[in-house]
Design a protein around this ligand. Sequence first.
Ligand code: GTP
Ligand code: ZN
Length: 232
Amino acid sequence: MQVSDQRQPVATPPPVAGLAGDGLEDLTEEWEAVCPRRIAPEQWQRFEGYMKEIFTAMGIPAGSPSTVDTPRRFLRAIFDATSGYEGDEKLVTAFPTECRGGPDCRISQVVEGPIPFFSLCEHHSLPFFGKAYVGYIAHEHILGLSKLTRLVRLYARRFSVQERIGQQLADALERILAPHGVAVHLEAVHLCTQMRGVREIESSSRTSYWRGNYDGDAQLRAEFFGLCSHWG
Ligand SMILES: Nc1nc2c(ncn2[C@@H]2O[C@H](COP(=O)(O)OP(=O)(O)OP(=O)(O)O)[C@@H](O)[C@H]2O)c(=O)[nH]1
Ligand SMILES: [Zn+2]
């Protein structure tokens, strides 16, 4: 499947009403479901055909009551799992705070987590999933707490690697907040290393990113991890 090759917007999709008589009426619901990705109904129909051919070659019984819609279900699931491409970090807005960068800033460490996330490994298109912990030391702005969860989902719900999600989170928080520091810690298991390949099921992958004050302050990093482990 080459879903990633189809990211380029096609011409503006025709209105749903225009489907009548095209033989594509039964795709209306699917087209609406993926409309934000600018997938035209004809293109979607081709995708379903490709998936039917691939699944059949792999051994899925074609046309049984429970598999006849599997190509459609699979495509919808993958598009849903990668809906982060549709998001926009500019929608994450910051509020002013009173802090003006004095030593008291240390007490304004904000840590949110564990934030569960699901992503698809860009090498194998298999899921990796786990928990993210995001912290920052506010300067002149703070974020609504829900926005930290939204940012994690924005970057996780794509084809990615664990390291990139952490870097994107740290970069975004630096851009949006201009804080004194940012800390990001991710723990995840990768199905591509568990159910295939090396078949290692015991280990998990942990990645951390430090910006600003966290970078040179081991005690601050220890406090961050202390706050993370508080939740287990
Ligand atoms: N750094 C990093 N590697 C990842 C991540 N997800 C999967 N991988 C690894 O990406 C690598 C892809 O390497 P390749 O050698 O091209 O793929 P492969 O031949 O399928 O490798 P094996 O999985 O060892 O069979 C593998 O080692 C995966 O374990 C991730 O989030 N970060
Ligand atoms: Zn992989």
